[in-house]
Design a protein around this ligand. Structure first.
Ligand SMILES: Cc1cc2nc3c(=O)[nH]c(=O)nc-3n(C[C@H](O)[C@H](O)[C@H](O)COP(=O)(O)OP(=O)(O)OC[C@H]3O[C@@H](n4cnc5c(N)ncnc54)[C@H](O)[C@@H]3O)c2cc1C
Length: 488
């Protein structure tokens, strides 16, 4: 396994293909330092005695100890540990830990590449290709990101119906050495600081869409790959540093006629499997959310409780109601993920056929429980922010800058007029409101909320998964019996 420093050193050797604010930047740009803190924790804590058991696993390919973010789930215990690892790490870094996209894409591709080969009767070697890629991914402890979301153009048109064929990433040429792909994947978290970009389709695909059924992996600086990067950091602190300074980045990843050799291609043209791969990545990713969203709930509850303390309103009834609401959503989301882990099997839901064996034996979390948990907690994110705003009052929105607390002309009045409860020191109150401002009133805070709502698919996509997979007819039958009805 690598150290944080070895990972950063690897990044510094990558080619410059990041575009940021009108300039081409290197991966050693200091704007990335807060992002390094977050991703770096996934390396640092893997050898920490309190976290090691959650953060490491035994590779089913080599028998070696690996970082769990590179692991393929082999049993329900692995699913539980992935959920608990995600919650623990998100608590540690104070938000999204940013490395789950790689593990989720790897698990989805591992499963689907096997089934595609089986259906192709030995004509393709996607699964063997992927296993070779995975072995290196695990051995070198690489960071993967997942590029799923396409531009998508007109949402009501399928990929092959779009006036511009490049609205979804697609294959433009195949030859004996590999394929050439064109298009763009959007909002790709940490693509700028990932070693590898894993590409999967974004939606169900028809036969006419088969050029869009493509999955592959390339290094983040591969020839022809350009990234338009947005970096999300909190306002820089000069005098009163945060306890943990977190950052993140997202990229528009452009594939400008990119050549991908066959050994890095894991699906090419199998439209049905392409659709399943899209759903399966979303499923594994929604399972990750059953770890990260409860952590966001933990962080929100702690923030609301401290804000209530600072305002002296901790005993107020409306504050308790809000605490209870956050706890309910947090632990129901966790419970849904726990159940999804416990009921995990090497099976997926097939429309019309129900749950059926799928893949080479790796474990897949239960779809209904992943989706209900993700949908419940994701939709609560903006409401929880509203509760924080209510408890806080207006203070985080207009809190004076740090400089006013150190300038001799203003330090005393700044301290006097920002202090509320006598039960919390003025210094702690100031740190708290700076923190709440970061979460609720900053660009980074706003971006995190959009990610929390839309990551893994918009809420509607989760509702579709829930209602199409749930046995609503069985519930009709229960009520027909009780009401004394017959089936029409
Ligand atoms: C901070 C952040 C980080 C992200 N990180 C990643 C990442 O790492 N990798 C990745 O692949 N993606 C990532 N995403 C993308 C995320 O998965 C998408 O935003 C999400 O799937 C929604 O897709 P969209 O943004 O294209 O919105 P849309 O899908 O266009 O949704 C907008 C609205 O249109 C509706 N809609 C869409 N299509 C239809 C239709 N056919 N019929 C009716 N209504 C429709 C939706 O329900 C929604 O209400 C990230 C997003 C954010 C905000």
């Amino acid at each position: 396994m690598r150290t944080k420093e070895q990972w950063i050193e690897g990044l510094s050797r990558m080619k410059r293909n990041l575009y940021h604010g009108g300039e081409k930047i290197g991966r050693d740009n200091e704007e990335f330092l807060p992002s390094f803190n977050v991703m770096g924790a996934t390396f640092e804590l893997a050898t920490h005695p309190d976290y090691e058991e959650l953060l490491t696993a035994t590779s089913h390919l080599t028998g070696e100890k690996i970082n769990r973010f590179c692991h393929i789930h082999q049993n329900t215990d692995d699913l539980h540990k992935k959920q608990d690892m995600t919650r623990a790490l998100c608590q540690y870094v104070g938000g999204c830990v940013q490395r789950c996209m790689g593990i989720d894409a790897a698990n989805a591709i591992y499963t689907v590449s096997y089934e595609a080969d089986k259906q192709n009767g030995g004509a393709t070697q996607y699964h063997e290709n992927f296993k070779k890629w995975l072995e290196r991914f695990q051995r070198e402890d690489l960071v993967g990101c997942c590029a799923q979301t396409d531009v998508k153009g007109d949402r009501m048109l399928r990929p092959h119906q779009q006036p511009d064929p490049d609205q979804y990433v697609h294959v433009v040429e195949k030859n004996k050495d590999g394929i050439i792909v064109r298009g763009a994947k959007l909002h790709i978290s940490e693509a700028a600081i990932a070693d590898e970009i894993l590409v999967v389709p974004t939606r169900a695909l028809l036969e006419q869409d088969k050029d869009y059924a493509v999955s592959f992996a390339v290094p983040g600086d591969w020839d022809g790959v350009k990234q338009l990067v947005t970096i999300h950091n909190y306002r820089k602190r000069n005098y009163f540093p945060k306890g943990f300074d977190a950052g993140s980045s997202d990229s528009y990843v452009i594939f400008d006629d990119v050549f991908v050799p066959w050994e890095r291609v894991f699906l090419c043209g199998e439209n049905r499997h392409g659709g399943i791969l899209a759903l399966l990545f979303a499923l594994f990713h929604r399972h990750s959310y059953s770890g990260c969203k409860p952590a966001l709930g933990d962080l929100m509850l702690g923030t609301c409780a401290l804000a209530a303390d600072a305002n002296g309103i901790t005993k107020a009834k409306h504050v308790h109601t809000k605490f209870a609401e956050i706890i309910k959503v947090t632990e129901l989301g966790y419970a849904a993920g726990f159940t999804a882990s416990s009921l995990g099997k090497p099976e997926v839901y097939m429309p019309g056929a129900g749950f059926a064996p799928y893949g080479p034996g790796n474990y897949i979390p239960h779809s209904i429980f992943c989706n209900v948990g993700r949908c419940l907690t994701g939709e609560a994110v903006f409401h929880e922010m509203e509760m924080l705003a209510d408890i806080s009052g207006g203070v985080p929105a207009t809190f004076p800058y740090e400089g006013e607390f150190v300038n001799p002309e203003t330090a005393e009045i700044a301290r006097k007029y920002t202090t509320r409860s006598s039960m919390m020191s003025p210094e702690n109150q100031a740190q708290l409101w700076r923190h709440v401002g970061d979460l609720a009133c900053s660009a980074k805070g706003g971006i995190a909320n959009f990610g929390a709502l839309h990551g893994g698919g918009s809420p509607r996509m989760e509702e579709i998964a829930i209602t199409t997979q749930y046995d609503i007819e069985a519930r009709r039958e229960i009520v027909r019996r009780i009401a004394g009805m017959t089936k029409d």
